[in-house]
Write a protein that binds this ligand. Structure first.
Ligand SMILES: Cc1cc2nc3c(=O)[nH]c(=O)nc-3n(C[C@H](O)[C@H](O)[C@H](O)COP(=O)(O)OP(=O)(O)OC[C@H]3O[C@@H](n4cnc5c(N)ncnc54)[C@H](O)[C@@H]3O)c2cc1C
Length: 472
């Protein structure tokens, strides 16, 4: 351990006490690898502040001793942004003890939650007052408000409610010089120049430590309808979404699933069954909701899907007849990554292109990759309505055990080149972290790189906030 880190740990132990300074390697060990278990780091200590004032104390010590901090929430991020470097030069800053919901108000439609509040806890708190925080994703039992804010997370309801950027009303954060930015006032209008709140959203811990967030709530759901439709292509799936969107405001989820992803889930995930009896090349999972008790959302969706069937937009569709069946449909969608892992080695790409371009992109990219790398199987599934697909490439049956390490980088470059040529983004919702940093550096426009570096340097001239992440 370097001398600066040793001094920081010693001073932090004295001022913050043993609960906030953990140095036993056994307690640190679970937090130094990324969620996928691919990147492994090291840290001489894990600091766990319980208040904004304690974060200020820690950031000031880090600046004084020039020791980098790596903020961490639930460690569920997909780009290894919360994993410290392997040389042990940085200290982990866990925000999980800052887990109070400071206020929650149905009339104001606002909750103020500390950074370490777990998403599912916020969901429950909103539900108790007849409201809802509408962003949700598979890691909701572990990911935190600070992490979601710092990665500008998306999830399955973005179509209607947007990403964290749209749902955050303000941010409280400790900036790299130890000053506090307080954006929690709940002002609807505030035009005092650059939005520091928006700068911190998606900053992946490189510009400061998010300590609390004001979040927008919406009325709770009174009823929902979940449908599974068979369509012949992603183009038809987008036609279906457009057809529904002009006729109702109730659609909030629209995911596409190709046949081979469905087959993998049925093969590997116990208890799953095909929603439709006939086979279809593609499927759309549709969720419609209403906050209004008087609206028959299920009847409306059934009528619209019937019309779409008559017009030849879809091949067949079924509406879940119970909450259990609705959950079973979602389980298929949510289990695709797990089923792929059970099948073998998989390379994941979280990409976006403009919504109207996405259907063609999915089909063309699959063809091109399978031609360029014989034996692999490519498929895209996910948030079609957001122009965001999880584009996964699987090693075929005869791949070598080291396929991922040997060929992964080359295949990813190929995918990223296709995305860039289509004017898209190599990271739609998972951020850059350390996993995508080299590719980001290779492909980003010079103006974007210049602006990112300038902002980083202006706010964090000592480079103590999560260095080696995001900024090329
Ligand atoms: C099963 C599963 C499903 C997922 N599905 C989705 C999905 O549908 N959509 C989606 O967008 N993402 C998804 N994710 C990834 C998603 O990014 C994370 O779940 C979440 O946003 C990260 O929250 P976290 O608290 O775990 O953050 P961490 O992983 O701990 O950190 C993520 C980044 O934020 C920084 N950070 C964390 N807390 C703070 C803080 N308080 N202040 C400053 N910086 C901080 C870290 O340094 C790191 O750079 C999924 C992950 C899993 C495991």
């Amino acid at each position: 351990m370097n001398e600066g880190a040793a001094q920081l740990i010693e001073q932090a132990s004295r001022t913050l006490g043993p609960k906030a300074v953990i140095t036993d390697p056994r307690d640190i060990e679970p937090w130094i690898s990324d969620w996928r278990g691919r990147i492994h780091g090291a840290s001489p200590a894990l600091l766990a502040p319980s208040s904004t004032e304690e974060v200020v104390e820690i950031v000031k010590l880090a600046a004084e001793h020039r020791v980098p901090l790596v903020p961490q929430g639930g460690n569920t991020g997909m780009s290894a942004g919360a994993t410290p470097p392997a040389d042990g030069s940085a200290i982990l800053l866990s925000m999980r003890r800052m887990n109070r919901i400071r206020s929650i108000d149905a009339e104001d439609h606002l909750a103020i939650a500390e950074a370490g509040v777990v998403l599912a806890t916020l969901h429950e708190a909103a539900h108790e007052i007849g409201m809802r925080f509408p962003l949700t994703l598979g890691a909701r039992g572990s990911c935190t408000i600070g992490g979601l804010t710092s990665t500008n997370a998306g999830g399955t309801q973005v179509l209607k409610f947007g990403t964290m950027r749209a749902l955050v009303a303000g941010v409280e954060a400790v900036l790299p010089d130890g000053s506090i930015h307080n954006g929690l006032s709940g002002l609807k209008k505030d035009n005092r120049g650059y939005s520091i709140d928006q700068l911190l959203i998606g900053a992946e811990g490189t510009l400061g430590v998010v300590t609390a967030v004001a979040l927008r709530l919406v009325p709770a759901i009174a009823a929902r309808a979940v449908a599974w439709a068979g369509v012949e292509s992603p183009m038809r799936a987008l036609d279906l979404l457009r057809f529904l969107e002009v006729r109702t405001h109730s659609i909030e989820g629209f995911e596409i699933v190709p046949r081979d992803s469905l087959e993998l889930v049925l093969k590997h995930v116990p208890g799953t069954r095909p929603p439709l009896s006939a086979e279809h090349a593609w499927h759309a999972l549709i969720e419609a909701t209403t906050p209004d008790d008087d609206v028959d959302v299920s009847g409306e969706l059934e009528r619209l899907l019937g019309l779409a069937l008559e017009q030849g937009i879809l091949g067949d569709a079924v509406i879940a007849s119970s909450e259990a069946q609705a959950e079973a449909f979602w389980k298929i969608r949510d289990s695709i990554s797990e089923a792929e892992r059970a099948e073998g080695q998989t390379l994941a790409h979280d990409i976006s292109v403009a919504v109207p371009e996405m259907p063609r992109f999915v089909v063309d990219a699959k063809e091109q990759i399978e031609r360029a790398f014989p034996g692999v199987i490519a498929s895209g599934f996910g948030h079609l309505g957001d122009g965001n697909i999880h584009f996964h490439v699987r090693a075929g049956g005869h791949a070598a055990p080291d396929w991922y390490d040997a060929e992964g980088a080359q295949i990813t470059r190929f995918v990223d080149d296709l995305v860039t040529a289509a004017g898209g983004s190599i990271s739609a919702e998972h951020g850059i972290g350390q996993l995508k940093r080299a590719e980001f550096a290779r492909l980003a426009e010079p103006g974007r790189v210049h602006a990112l570096r300038a902002i980083k340097h202006a706010l964090d001239p000592l480079g103590i906030m999560n260095p080696g992440k995001l900024v090329p």
